[in-house]
Ligand binder design. Structure first.
Ligand code: NAP
Length: 568
Protein backbone atom coordinates (compact mmCIF):
# COMPACT_ATOMS: atom_id res chain seq x y z
CA UNK A 1 0.00 0.00 0.00
CA UNK A 2 1.25 3.44 -0.86
CA UNK A 3 0.14 6.70 0.64
CA UNK A 4 0.67 10.40 0.31
CA UNK A 5 -0.40 13.75 1.59
CA UNK A 6 -2.75 16.10 -0.14
CA UNK A 7 -2.29 19.34 1.67
CA UNK A 8 0.47 18.65 4.05
CA UNK A 9 -1.72 17.26 6.82
CA UNK A 10 -3.72 14.19 5.89
CA UNK A 11 -2.76 11.09 3.99
CA UNK A 12 -4.95 9.15 1.62
CA UNK A 13 -4.28 5.46 1.35
CA UNK A 14 -3.79 4.40 -2.25
CA UNK A 15 -5.42 1.03 -2.86
CA UNK A 16 -3.13 -1.86 -3.63
CA UNK A 17 -3.19 -1.57 -7.36
CA UNK A 18 -0.26 -3.54 -8.56
CA UNK A 19 1.05 -0.35 -10.10
CA UNK A 20 4.57 -0.74 -11.39
CA UNK A 21 6.24 1.22 -8.57
CA UNK A 22 9.68 2.75 -8.46
CA UNK A 23 11.55 -0.14 -10.14
CA UNK A 24 9.74 0.40 -13.44
CA UNK A 25 10.01 4.15 -13.02
CA UNK A 26 13.76 4.24 -12.72
CA UNK A 27 14.25 1.77 -15.55
CA UNK A 28 12.39 4.18 -17.79
CA UNK A 29 14.13 7.35 -16.75
CA UNK A 30 16.28 8.20 -19.77
CA UNK A 31 17.68 5.77 -22.30
CA UNK A 32 15.58 3.36 -24.32
CA UNK A 33 11.98 2.92 -23.29
CA UNK A 34 11.05 -0.77 -23.00
CA UNK A 35 7.84 -1.87 -24.73
CA UNK A 36 5.11 -1.76 -22.14
CA UNK A 37 1.38 -2.22 -21.72
CA UNK A 38 -0.38 0.89 -20.49
CA UNK A 39 -3.07 0.36 -17.90
CA UNK A 40 -6.18 2.22 -16.93
CA UNK A 41 -6.78 3.38 -13.37
CA UNK A 42 -10.42 2.79 -12.51
CA UNK A 43 -12.28 1.82 -9.33
CA UNK A 44 -9.10 2.63 -7.41
CA UNK A 45 -7.01 -0.03 -9.22
CA UNK A 46 -4.78 -0.40 -12.26
CA UNK A 47 -6.43 -2.54 -14.93
CA UNK A 48 -4.92 -3.95 -18.11
CA UNK A 49 -7.52 -3.80 -20.91
CA UNK A 50 -7.84 -5.80 -24.10
CA UNK A 51 -8.41 -4.60 -27.72
CA UNK A 52 -5.10 -2.83 -27.62
CA UNK A 53 -3.66 -0.35 -30.10
CA UNK A 54 0.09 0.14 -30.50
CA UNK A 55 1.86 3.42 -29.71
CA UNK A 56 4.91 4.30 -31.83
CA UNK A 57 7.94 6.53 -31.86
CA UNK A 58 7.00 8.74 -34.85
CA UNK A 59 10.65 9.41 -35.74
CA UNK A 60 11.78 5.79 -35.96
CA UNK A 61 8.42 3.97 -36.19
CA UNK A 62 9.54 1.67 -33.35
CA UNK A 63 6.63 0.39 -31.24
CA UNK A 64 6.72 1.76 -27.69
CA UNK A 65 3.65 0.50 -25.91
CA UNK A 66 0.17 -0.95 -26.22
CA UNK A 67 -3.04 0.34 -24.70
CA UNK A 68 -6.64 -0.81 -24.70
CA UNK A 69 -9.72 -0.55 -22.52
CA UNK A 70 -11.54 -3.74 -23.60
CA UNK A 71 -13.14 -5.50 -20.62
CA UNK A 72 -13.31 -2.42 -18.40
CA UNK A 73 -16.59 -1.91 -16.59
CA UNK A 74 -17.25 1.69 -17.67
CA UNK A 75 -20.52 2.04 -15.76
CA UNK A 76 -18.84 0.98 -12.51
CA UNK A 77 -15.86 3.24 -13.18
CA UNK A 78 -18.12 6.29 -13.62
CA UNK A 79 -20.19 5.31 -10.60
CA UNK A 80 -17.09 4.92 -8.41
CA UNK A 81 -15.94 8.41 -9.35
CA UNK A 82 -19.38 9.85 -8.49
CA UNK A 83 -19.85 7.92 -5.24
CA UNK A 84 -16.31 7.95 -3.85
CA UNK A 85 -14.41 10.78 -5.56
CA UNK A 86 -17.19 13.36 -5.61
CA UNK A 87 -17.96 13.43 -1.87
CA UNK A 88 -14.23 13.35 -1.01
CA UNK A 89 -13.57 16.42 -3.16
CA UNK A 90 -16.66 18.26 -2.01
CA UNK A 91 -15.66 17.73 1.62
CA UNK A 92 -12.56 19.84 0.93
CA UNK A 93 -12.63 23.63 0.79
CA UNK A 94 -11.46 25.58 -2.26
CA UNK A 95 -8.26 26.41 -0.41
CA UNK A 96 -7.59 22.72 0.32
CA UNK A 97 -8.25 21.78 -3.27
CA UNK A 98 -5.95 24.63 -4.30
CA UNK A 99 -3.21 23.19 -2.05
CA UNK A 100 -3.77 19.80 -3.67
CA UNK A 101 -3.24 21.32 -7.14
CA UNK A 102 -0.12 23.10 -5.95
CA UNK A 103 1.31 19.82 -4.64
CA UNK A 104 0.44 18.08 -7.93
CA UNK A 105 2.18 20.80 -9.92
CA UNK A 106 5.34 20.48 -7.82
CA UNK A 107 5.29 16.71 -7.91
CA UNK A 108 4.96 16.58 -11.72
CA UNK A 109 7.65 19.23 -12.11
CA UNK A 110 9.99 17.11 -9.99
CA UNK A 111 9.73 14.39 -12.69
CA UNK A 112 10.22 16.85 -15.54
CA UNK A 113 13.23 15.24 -17.24
CA UNK A 114 11.69 11.79 -17.33
CA UNK A 115 8.43 13.16 -18.75
CA UNK A 116 10.22 15.33 -21.31
CA UNK A 117 11.99 12.21 -22.60
CA UNK A 118 8.67 10.40 -23.02
CA UNK A 119 7.29 13.35 -24.99
CA UNK A 120 10.31 13.27 -27.31
CA UNK A 121 9.91 9.53 -27.89
CA UNK A 122 6.14 9.17 -28.22
CA UNK A 123 4.91 12.58 -29.44
CA UNK A 124 7.86 13.42 -31.69
CA UNK A 125 8.41 16.60 -29.66
CA UNK A 126 11.71 18.42 -29.58
CA UNK A 127 12.85 19.01 -26.00
CA UNK A 128 11.54 22.54 -26.30
CA UNK A 129 8.13 21.29 -27.58
CA UNK A 130 8.03 18.79 -24.75
CA UNK A 131 8.72 21.55 -22.21
CA UNK A 132 5.91 23.59 -23.74
CA UNK A 133 3.53 20.70 -23.08
CA UNK A 134 4.76 19.84 -19.61
CA UNK A 135 5.28 23.36 -18.32
CA UNK A 136 1.82 24.21 -19.62
CA UNK A 137 0.51 21.41 -17.41
CA UNK A 138 2.35 22.42 -14.25
CA UNK A 139 1.78 26.15 -14.90
CA UNK A 140 -1.97 25.67 -15.26
CA UNK A 141 -2.10 23.57 -12.09
CA UNK A 142 -0.17 26.22 -10.26
CA UNK A 143 -2.40 29.05 -11.52
CA UNK A 144 -5.57 27.21 -10.46
CA UNK A 145 -3.89 26.38 -7.14
CA UNK A 146 -3.49 30.09 -6.47
CA UNK A 147 -7.07 30.76 -7.46
CA UNK A 148 -8.32 28.03 -5.11
CA UNK A 149 -6.22 29.30 -2.22
CA UNK A 150 -7.50 32.82 -2.82
CA UNK A 151 -11.10 31.57 -2.60
CA UNK A 152 -10.41 30.43 0.95
CA UNK A 153 -12.27 28.06 3.23
CA UNK A 154 -15.49 27.86 1.31
CA UNK A 155 -17.23 24.90 -0.24
CA UNK A 156 -19.51 26.86 -2.52
CA UNK A 157 -19.39 30.30 -4.09
CA UNK A 158 -21.68 33.26 -4.33
CA UNK A 159 -22.30 34.42 -7.87
CA UNK A 160 -22.32 38.19 -7.77
CA UNK A 161 -24.03 40.46 -5.31
CA UNK A 162 -27.45 39.92 -3.77
CA UNK A 163 -30.44 41.69 -5.29
CA UNK A 164 -33.36 43.34 -3.55
CA UNK A 165 -36.57 41.82 -4.92
CA UNK A 166 -39.21 44.03 -3.31
CA UNK A 167 -39.77 47.63 -2.34
CA UNK A 168 -38.31 47.03 1.10
CA UNK A 169 -34.94 45.46 1.82
CA UNK A 170 -36.37 42.22 3.27
CA UNK A 171 -37.00 40.16 0.16
CA UNK A 172 -33.68 39.10 -1.31
CA UNK A 173 -32.21 37.17 -4.20
CA UNK A 174 -28.73 35.67 -4.38
CA UNK A 175 -27.14 33.32 -6.92
CA UNK A 176 -24.87 30.58 -5.61
CA UNK A 177 -22.56 28.11 -7.37
CA UNK A 178 -22.19 24.54 -6.11
CA UNK A 179 -20.18 21.66 -7.62
CA UNK A 180 -22.26 19.27 -9.69
CA UNK A 181 -22.41 15.78 -8.25
CA UNK A 182 -21.56 13.80 -11.39
CA UNK A 183 -18.35 12.68 -13.02
CA UNK A 184 -16.43 14.82 -15.51
CA UNK A 185 -15.20 12.82 -18.49
CA UNK A 186 -12.18 14.39 -20.18
CA UNK A 187 -11.25 13.28 -23.70
CA UNK A 188 -8.03 14.79 -25.01
CA UNK A 189 -6.27 15.24 -28.35
CA UNK A 190 -2.93 13.67 -29.23
CA UNK A 191 -0.88 16.85 -29.40
CA UNK A 192 -0.72 17.91 -25.73
CA UNK A 193 -0.78 14.75 -23.60
CA UNK A 194 0.37 16.53 -20.42
CA UNK A 195 -1.10 19.99 -20.78
CA UNK A 196 -4.42 18.75 -22.19
CA UNK A 197 -4.94 16.31 -19.33
CA UNK A 198 -3.82 18.52 -16.45
CA UNK A 199 -5.45 21.73 -17.71
CA UNK A 200 -8.85 20.06 -17.63
CA UNK A 201 -8.02 18.24 -14.39
CA UNK A 202 -6.99 21.46 -12.61
CA UNK A 203 -10.31 23.14 -13.32
CA UNK A 204 -12.58 20.20 -12.50
CA UNK A 205 -10.71 19.20 -9.33
CA UNK A 206 -10.72 22.77 -8.07
CA UNK A 207 -14.46 22.97 -8.74
CA UNK A 208 -14.87 19.79 -6.64
CA UNK A 209 -15.79 17.37 -9.43
CA UNK A 210 -14.14 13.93 -9.91
CA UNK A 211 -12.66 13.12 -13.30
CA UNK A 212 -12.29 10.22 -15.66
CA UNK A 213 -9.52 11.30 -18.01
CA UNK A 214 -8.74 9.76 -21.38
CA UNK A 215 -5.71 10.82 -23.42
CA UNK A 216 -5.53 10.18 -27.16
CA UNK A 217 -4.31 6.59 -27.40
CA UNK A 218 -1.49 7.26 -29.88
CA UNK A 219 0.42 9.53 -27.43
CA UNK A 220 -0.79 8.21 -24.09
CA UNK A 221 2.68 7.43 -22.72
CA UNK A 222 3.25 10.84 -21.08
CA UNK A 223 -0.26 11.03 -19.62
CA UNK A 224 0.01 7.44 -18.36
CA UNK A 225 3.27 8.17 -16.57
CA UNK A 226 1.77 11.32 -15.01
CA UNK A 227 -1.15 9.20 -13.83
CA UNK A 228 1.25 6.68 -12.27
CA UNK A 229 2.93 9.53 -10.42
CA UNK A 230 -0.41 10.91 -9.24
CA UNK A 231 -1.48 7.52 -7.90
CA UNK A 232 1.89 6.91 -6.23
CA UNK A 233 1.80 10.36 -4.62
CA UNK A 234 -1.60 9.86 -3.01
CA UNK A 235 -2.16 13.59 -3.45
CA UNK A 236 -5.65 13.15 -4.85
CA UNK A 237 -8.46 11.57 -2.82
CA UNK A 238 -9.62 8.06 -3.83
CA UNK A 239 -12.04 8.06 -6.75
CA UNK A 240 -11.30 11.68 -7.67
CA UNK A 241 -9.00 10.95 -10.62
CA UNK A 242 -9.51 7.92 -12.87
CA UNK A 243 -7.74 7.27 -16.14
CA UNK A 244 -8.49 5.35 -19.32
CA UNK A 245 -5.59 4.19 -21.49
CA UNK A 246 -7.31 3.41 -24.78
CA UNK A 247 -10.73 3.84 -26.32
CA UNK A 248 -13.55 5.49 -24.39
CA UNK A 249 -15.72 2.47 -25.25
CA UNK A 250 -19.37 2.74 -24.19
CA UNK A 251 -18.57 5.17 -21.33
CA UNK A 252 -20.83 7.94 -22.67
CA UNK A 253 -23.82 5.56 -22.54
CA UNK A 254 -23.48 5.73 -18.75
CA UNK A 255 -23.48 9.52 -18.39
CA UNK A 256 -26.45 11.22 -16.77
CA UNK A 257 -27.68 14.77 -16.08
CA UNK A 258 -25.10 15.66 -13.42
CA UNK A 259 -22.20 14.38 -15.56
CA UNK A 260 -20.17 16.26 -18.14
CA UNK A 261 -17.80 15.76 -21.04
CA UNK A 262 -14.97 18.12 -21.89
CA UNK A 263 -13.65 17.11 -25.30
CA UNK A 264 -10.63 18.27 -27.27
CA UNK A 265 -10.07 16.91 -30.75
CA UNK A 266 -11.19 17.15 -34.33
CA UNK A 267 -14.46 18.74 -35.40
CA UNK A 268 -15.44 15.41 -36.97
CA UNK A 269 -15.27 13.59 -33.63
CA UNK A 270 -16.86 16.59 -31.90
CA UNK A 271 -19.86 16.42 -34.24
CA UNK A 272 -20.26 12.71 -33.55
CA UNK A 273 -20.11 13.16 -29.78
CA UNK A 274 -22.48 16.12 -29.74
CA UNK A 275 -25.31 13.95 -31.04
CA UNK A 276 -24.89 11.29 -28.33
CA UNK A 277 -28.05 10.64 -26.24
CA UNK A 278 -26.09 11.49 -23.08
CA UNK A 279 -26.24 15.14 -24.21
CA UNK A 280 -29.29 15.22 -26.48
CA UNK A 281 -31.64 13.22 -24.24
CA UNK A 282 -30.13 13.21 -20.75
CA UNK A 283 -28.75 16.78 -20.70
CA UNK A 284 -25.25 15.89 -19.53
CA UNK A 285 -23.08 18.94 -20.16
CA UNK A 286 -20.62 19.07 -23.02
CA UNK A 287 -17.73 21.43 -23.81
CA UNK A 288 -15.99 21.19 -27.16
CA UNK A 289 -12.53 22.39 -28.19
CA UNK A 290 -12.05 21.52 -31.85
CA UNK A 291 -10.37 22.68 -35.08
CA UNK A 292 -9.25 26.22 -35.67
CA UNK A 293 -8.05 28.30 -38.62
CA UNK A 294 -6.22 30.93 -36.61
CA UNK A 295 -4.96 34.06 -38.36
CA UNK A 296 -2.16 36.57 -38.10
CA UNK A 297 -3.30 39.94 -39.42
CA UNK A 298 -0.70 42.58 -40.25
CA UNK A 299 -1.93 46.16 -40.04
CA UNK A 300 -1.47 48.63 -42.91
CA UNK A 301 0.88 50.71 -40.73
CA UNK A 302 3.56 48.12 -39.92
CA UNK A 303 6.82 48.56 -41.82
CA UNK A 304 9.38 45.79 -42.38
CA UNK A 305 12.16 45.95 -39.81
CA UNK A 306 10.03 47.70 -37.17
CA UNK A 307 9.55 46.14 -33.72
CA UNK A 308 5.97 45.20 -34.52
CA UNK A 309 7.03 43.64 -37.82
CA UNK A 310 9.70 41.54 -36.10
CA UNK A 311 7.14 40.41 -33.54
CA UNK A 312 4.76 39.42 -36.36
CA UNK A 313 7.38 37.46 -38.32
CA UNK A 314 8.72 35.76 -35.16
CA UNK A 315 5.24 34.75 -34.00
CA UNK A 316 4.17 33.38 -37.39
CA UNK A 317 7.37 31.36 -37.91
CA UNK A 318 7.16 29.90 -34.39
CA UNK A 319 3.46 29.12 -34.59
CA UNK A 320 3.95 27.33 -37.92
CA UNK A 321 6.75 25.06 -36.72
CA UNK A 322 6.46 24.57 -32.94
CA UNK A 323 5.30 20.99 -32.35
CA UNK A 324 5.48 20.61 -36.15
CA UNK A 325 2.43 22.83 -36.43
CA UNK A 326 0.30 20.35 -34.47
CA UNK A 327 -1.20 22.96 -32.20
CA UNK A 328 -4.83 23.97 -32.16
CA UNK A 329 -3.55 27.53 -31.74
CA UNK A 330 -1.07 27.46 -34.66
CA UNK A 331 -1.29 30.20 -37.28
CA UNK A 332 -2.90 28.80 -40.45
CA UNK A 333 -3.79 32.00 -42.32
CA UNK A 334 -1.59 35.07 -42.70
CA UNK A 335 -3.14 38.30 -44.05
CA UNK A 336 -0.83 41.13 -45.02
CA UNK A 337 -1.36 44.40 -46.95
CA UNK A 338 -0.65 43.68 -50.63
CA UNK A 339 2.37 45.98 -50.63
CA UNK A 340 4.02 43.89 -47.88
CA UNK A 341 3.40 40.48 -49.47
CA UNK A 342 6.88 40.07 -50.97
CA UNK A 343 8.64 41.27 -47.82
CA UNK A 344 6.60 38.88 -45.66
CA UNK A 345 7.30 35.96 -47.99
CA UNK A 346 11.00 36.72 -47.89
CA UNK A 347 11.20 37.15 -44.12
CA UNK A 348 9.25 33.97 -43.40
CA UNK A 349 11.28 31.99 -45.94
CA UNK A 350 14.43 33.05 -44.13
CA UNK A 351 13.05 31.86 -40.78
CA UNK A 352 11.73 28.59 -42.20
CA UNK A 353 15.10 28.00 -43.83
CA UNK A 354 16.63 27.83 -40.34
CA UNK A 355 14.34 24.97 -39.27
CA UNK A 356 16.14 21.63 -38.92
CA UNK A 357 13.70 18.76 -39.33
CA UNK A 358 14.55 15.36 -37.87
CA UNK A 359 14.53 13.00 -34.92
CA UNK A 360 14.13 15.24 -31.88
CA UNK A 361 16.40 12.93 -29.91
CA UNK A 362 19.19 14.71 -31.86
CA UNK A 363 20.18 18.02 -30.23
CA UNK A 364 20.46 19.99 -33.47
CA UNK A 365 16.87 19.20 -34.54
CA UNK A 366 14.39 22.06 -34.14
CA UNK A 367 11.27 20.43 -35.59
CA UNK A 368 10.20 16.83 -35.10
CA UNK A 369 7.90 14.60 -37.14
CA UNK A 370 4.13 14.53 -37.29
CA UNK A 371 2.87 12.35 -34.51
CA UNK A 372 1.24 9.43 -36.29
CA UNK A 373 1.14 7.78 -39.70
CA UNK A 374 -2.52 8.84 -40.08
CA UNK A 375 -1.64 12.41 -39.19
CA UNK A 376 1.12 12.35 -41.83
CA UNK A 377 -1.28 11.07 -44.47
CA UNK A 378 -3.96 13.63 -43.47
CA UNK A 379 -1.49 16.51 -43.75
CA UNK A 380 -0.28 15.41 -47.19
CA UNK A 381 -3.86 15.02 -48.42
CA UNK A 382 -4.88 18.32 -46.85
CA UNK A 383 -2.02 20.17 -48.55
CA UNK A 384 -3.18 18.79 -51.94
CA UNK A 385 -6.58 20.34 -51.26
CA UNK A 386 -5.12 23.70 -50.18
CA UNK A 387 -3.01 23.73 -53.34
CA UNK A 388 -6.18 23.93 -55.45
CA UNK A 389 -6.41 27.55 -54.26
CA UNK A 390 -2.76 28.34 -53.56
CA UNK A 391 0.84 27.66 -54.58
CA UNK A 392 3.91 26.65 -52.59
CA UNK A 393 6.31 29.51 -51.94
CA UNK A 394 8.55 27.72 -49.43
CA UNK A 395 9.15 24.02 -48.70
CA UNK A 396 8.40 20.79 -50.53
CA UNK A 397 5.02 19.15 -49.86
CA UNK A 398 6.34 15.64 -50.57
CA UNK A 399 10.03 15.65 -49.74
CA UNK A 400 12.16 16.26 -46.67
CA UNK A 401 15.51 14.88 -45.50
CA UNK A 402 15.21 14.40 -41.75
CA UNK A 403 18.28 14.40 -39.54
CA UNK A 404 19.14 11.28 -37.49
CA UNK A 405 16.52 8.97 -38.95
CA UNK A 406 16.87 5.54 -40.58
CA UNK A 407 16.28 5.78 -44.36
CA UNK A 408 12.57 5.94 -45.21
CA UNK A 409 11.42 5.99 -41.59
CA UNK A 410 9.35 8.51 -39.67
CA UNK A 411 6.37 10.73 -40.32
CA UNK A 412 8.24 13.86 -41.40
CA UNK A 413 6.93 16.89 -43.21
CA UNK A 414 8.79 19.97 -44.37
CA UNK A 415 7.41 23.32 -43.16
CA UNK A 416 5.30 24.71 -45.98
CA UNK A 417 4.45 28.30 -46.76
CA UNK A 418 1.65 28.54 -49.31
CA UNK A 419 0.39 31.68 -51.00
CA UNK A 420 -3.03 32.55 -52.34
CA UNK A 421 -3.01 35.70 -54.46
CA UNK A 422 -6.76 36.34 -54.72
CA UNK A 423 -8.42 34.85 -51.65
CA UNK A 424 -12.20 34.47 -51.58
CA UNK A 425 -14.29 33.18 -48.66
CA UNK A 426 -15.04 29.99 -50.60
CA UNK A 427 -11.37 28.88 -50.74
CA UNK A 428 -10.24 25.70 -49.00
CA UNK A 429 -7.79 27.85 -47.00
CA UNK A 430 -10.69 29.21 -44.95
CA UNK A 431 -12.40 25.86 -44.61
CA UNK A 432 -9.79 23.19 -44.00
CA UNK A 433 -7.47 22.80 -41.01
CA UNK A 434 -4.27 21.07 -42.09
CA UNK A 435 -2.80 20.02 -38.74
CA UNK A 436 0.89 20.36 -39.55
CA UNK A 437 3.62 22.96 -40.24
CA UNK A 438 1.59 24.63 -42.97
CA UNK A 439 0.24 28.17 -43.33
CA UNK A 440 -1.06 30.28 -46.22
CA UNK A 441 -0.02 33.84 -46.94
CA UNK A 442 -2.66 36.15 -48.45
CA UNK A 443 -2.75 39.82 -49.47
CA UNK A 444 -5.53 42.28 -48.63
CA UNK A 445 -5.95 45.99 -49.39
CA UNK A 446 -5.15 47.15 -45.85
CA UNK A 447 -8.78 47.82 -44.93
CA UNK A 448 -10.45 45.86 -42.12
CA UNK A 449 -13.69 45.79 -44.11
CA UNK A 450 -11.92 43.77 -46.85
CA UNK A 451 -10.16 41.24 -44.68
CA UNK A 452 -12.91 40.65 -42.09
CA UNK A 453 -15.11 38.49 -44.38
CA UNK A 454 -12.11 36.26 -45.15
CA UNK A 455 -11.33 35.80 -41.46
CA UNK A 456 -15.02 35.15 -40.75
CA UNK A 457 -15.10 32.50 -43.49
CA UNK A 458 -13.12 30.30 -41.06
CA UNK A 459 -16.37 30.20 -39.04
CA UNK A 460 -14.70 30.68 -35.69
CA UNK A 461 -11.19 30.28 -34.28
CA UNK A 462 -9.44 29.88 -30.95
CA UNK A 463 -6.97 32.72 -31.26
CA UNK A 464 -5.84 35.21 -33.85
CA UNK A 465 -3.33 38.01 -33.63
CA UNK A 466 -3.49 41.57 -34.90
CA UNK A 467 -0.19 43.40 -35.41
CA UNK A 468 -0.53 47.16 -35.56
CA UNK A 469 0.47 50.37 -33.80
CA UNK A 470 -2.49 52.27 -35.26
CA UNK A 471 -5.08 52.37 -32.47
CA UNK A 472 -7.92 53.00 -34.87
CA UNK A 473 -6.98 49.92 -36.92
CA UNK A 474 -6.73 47.88 -33.70
CA UNK A 475 -10.15 49.05 -32.52
CA UNK A 476 -11.85 48.43 -35.86
CA UNK A 477 -10.28 45.02 -36.40
CA UNK A 478 -11.08 43.87 -32.84
CA UNK A 479 -14.72 44.91 -33.33
CA UNK A 480 -14.87 42.95 -36.61
CA UNK A 481 -12.94 39.84 -35.50
CA UNK A 482 -13.95 39.37 -31.85
CA UNK A 483 -17.29 37.63 -32.58
CA UNK A 484 -15.32 34.91 -34.37
CA UNK A 485 -12.69 34.33 -31.70
CA UNK A 486 -12.15 33.15 -28.15
CA UNK A 487 -8.95 35.20 -27.82
CA UNK A 488 -7.26 38.01 -29.76
CA UNK A 489 -3.60 38.84 -29.28
CA UNK A 490 -2.75 42.49 -29.93
CA UNK A 491 0.87 42.71 -31.08
CA UNK A 492 2.37 46.19 -30.94
CA UNK A 493 5.63 47.98 -30.30
CA UNK A 494 4.44 48.53 -26.71
CA UNK A 495 4.86 44.83 -25.90
CA UNK A 496 7.62 43.82 -28.33
CA UNK A 497 10.21 41.81 -26.39
CA UNK A 498 7.79 40.76 -23.66
CA UNK A 499 4.75 39.50 -25.54
CA UNK A 500 3.40 36.01 -24.89
CA UNK A 501 3.06 34.09 -28.17
CA UNK A 502 -0.49 33.53 -29.41
CA UNK A 503 0.02 29.76 -29.28
CA UNK A 504 0.49 29.75 -25.50
CA UNK A 505 -2.82 28.98 -23.84
CA UNK A 506 -3.02 30.95 -20.59
CA UNK A 507 -4.96 29.70 -17.57
CA UNK A 508 -6.06 33.25 -16.74
CA UNK A 509 -7.65 33.76 -20.16
CA UNK A 510 -10.46 31.93 -21.88
CA UNK A 511 -9.44 29.08 -24.19
CA UNK A 512 -11.99 28.09 -26.78
CA UNK A 513 -13.69 29.61 -29.76
CA UNK A 514 -17.01 29.75 -31.57
CA UNK A 515 -18.13 27.78 -34.61
CA UNK A 516 -15.51 25.47 -36.10
CA UNK A 517 -13.46 25.79 -32.88
CA UNK A 518 -16.22 23.91 -31.06
CA UNK A 519 -18.08 26.69 -29.27
CA UNK A 520 -16.50 25.77 -25.94
CA UNK A 521 -14.74 27.71 -23.21
CA UNK A 522 -12.08 26.31 -20.94
CA UNK A 523 -9.83 28.07 -18.44
CA UNK A 524 -10.13 31.85 -17.99
CA UNK A 525 -9.63 31.66 -14.21
CA UNK A 526 -13.03 31.53 -12.50
CA UNK A 527 -14.77 31.31 -15.89
CA UNK A 528 -13.41 27.80 -16.38
CA UNK A 529 -15.01 26.57 -13.15
CA UNK A 530 -18.51 27.52 -14.26
CA UNK A 531 -18.81 24.43 -16.46
CA UNK A 532 -18.57 22.21 -13.37
CA UNK A 533 -20.93 24.23 -11.18
CA UNK A 534 -24.68 24.43 -10.89
CA UNK A 535 -25.84 28.04 -10.58
CA UNK A 536 -28.86 28.30 -8.30
CA UNK A 537 -30.88 31.41 -7.53
CA UNK A 538 -31.91 31.68 -3.88
CA UNK A 539 -34.98 33.74 -3.20
CA UNK A 540 -36.02 34.51 0.38
CA UNK A 541 -35.50 36.73 3.38
CA UNK A 542 -32.32 38.76 3.18
CA UNK A 543 -31.45 37.99 6.78
CA UNK A 544 -31.74 34.21 6.23
CA UNK A 545 -29.75 34.19 3.01
CA UNK A 546 -26.99 36.37 4.38
CA UNK A 547 -26.73 34.48 7.67
CA UNK A 548 -26.54 31.07 6.04
CA UNK A 549 -24.56 31.86 2.94
CA UNK A 550 -22.84 35.17 3.59
CA UNK A 551 -22.81 38.01 1.13
CA UNK A 552 -20.55 39.84 -1.23
CA UNK A 553 -22.82 42.89 -1.21
CA UNK A 554 -20.81 45.92 -0.06
CA UNK A 555 -21.54 46.66 3.60
CA UNK A 556 -23.15 43.26 4.29
CA UNK A 557 -21.77 40.75 6.84
CA UNK A 558 -18.68 38.86 5.59
CA UNK A 559 -18.87 35.26 4.45
CA UNK A 560 -18.87 32.75 7.32
CA UNK A 561 -15.21 31.77 7.79
CA UNK A 562 -15.65 28.03 7.31
CA UNK A 563 -18.93 27.74 5.49
CA UNK A 564 -20.14 24.21 5.09
CA UNK A 565 -22.29 25.29 2.18
CA UNK A 566 -25.82 24.17 1.48
CA UNK A 567 -26.79 20.95 3.23
CA UNK A 568 -26.56 17.82 1.12
P1 NAP B 1 -9.54 13.15 -32.69
O1 NAP B 1 -9.20 12.11 -33.67
O2 NAP B 1 -10.87 13.79 -32.79
O3 NAP B 1 -9.34 12.48 -31.27
C1 NAP B 1 -9.48 13.23 -30.10
C2 NAP B 1 -9.85 12.33 -28.96
O4 NAP B 1 -11.14 11.79 -29.20
C3 NAP B 1 -8.93 11.15 -28.75
O5 NAP B 1 -8.76 10.93 -27.38
C4 NAP B 1 -9.69 10.00 -29.39
O6 NAP B 1 -9.39 8.76 -28.81
C5 NAP B 1 -11.10 10.38 -29.05
N1 NAP B 1 -12.10 9.81 -29.95
C6 NAP B 1 -11.99 9.56 -31.26
N2 NAP B 1 -13.14 9.05 -31.73
C7 NAP B 1 -13.99 8.98 -30.68
C8 NAP B 1 -15.33 8.54 -30.51
N3 NAP B 1 -16.03 8.07 -31.53
N4 NAP B 1 -15.87 8.60 -29.29
C9 NAP B 1 -15.19 9.07 -28.24
N5 NAP B 1 -13.91 9.50 -28.33
C10 NAP B 1 -13.32 9.47 -29.54
O7 NAP B 1 -8.50 14.35 -32.72
P2 NAP B 1 -6.90 14.26 -32.65
O8 NAP B 1 -6.46 13.77 -33.97
O9 NAP B 1 -6.45 13.55 -31.43
O10 NAP B 1 -6.53 15.77 -32.43
C11 NAP B 1 -6.33 16.68 -33.46
C12 NAP B 1 -7.44 17.68 -33.52
O11 NAP B 1 -7.67 18.23 -32.24
C13 NAP B 1 -7.12 18.85 -34.40
O12 NAP B 1 -8.20 19.07 -35.25
C14 NAP B 1 -6.95 20.01 -33.46
O13 NAP B 1 -7.31 21.25 -33.99
C15 NAP B 1 -7.80 19.64 -32.34
N6 NAP B 1 -7.33 20.24 -31.11
C16 NAP B 1 -8.05 21.24 -30.56
C17 NAP B 1 -7.63 21.85 -29.40
C18 NAP B 1 -8.43 22.95 -28.77
O14 NAP B 1 -8.15 23.30 -27.64
N7 NAP B 1 -9.41 23.49 -29.45
C19 NAP B 1 -6.47 21.42 -28.78
C20 NAP B 1 -5.74 20.40 -29.36
C21 NAP B 1 -6.18 19.81 -30.53
P3 NAP B 1 -8.38 7.71 -29.49
O15 NAP B 1 -7.07 8.38 -29.56
O16 NAP B 1 -8.41 6.57 -28.54
O17 NAP B 1 -8.94 7.43 -30.84
Amino acid sequence: MGGGSYHGAERFEVPDSGNPGPATVSSRAGGKIPMMTLRSFVLGSWVEGSHRATLFNPSTEEPLAEAGTGGIDFAAAADHARRVGGPALRSMTFAERGEMLRALSRMIYAHRDELLALGIANVGNTRSDSKFDLDGATGTLSSYAELGISLGNRKFLLDGEGISLGRGAKLWGQHILTPRTGVAVHINAFNFPAWGMMEKAAVALLAGVPILSKPATSTALVAHRIMELIVESGLVPPGAFSFLAGSVGPLLDHLGPQDSLAFTGSSTTAALLRSHPAFVERAARINMEADSLNCALLGHDVEPGSETWNLFIGDVAREMTQKAGQKCTAVRRIYVPAGKLAATREALAERLGDVRVGNPAENEVTMGPLTTRDQHRDVREGVEKLLKDSRVVWGDPKKVSPIGVPEGKGFFQSPLLLECENPTPADSIHNLEVFGPVATLMPYDGRVASVAPLVAAGTGSLVSSIYSDDLEFVGTSVAALAPYHGRLVLGSNKIAGQSIPPGAVLPQLVHGGPGRAGGGEELGGMRGLQFYFQRTALQGAKVVIEKVFGSETPGAPPLPADNEGPAR
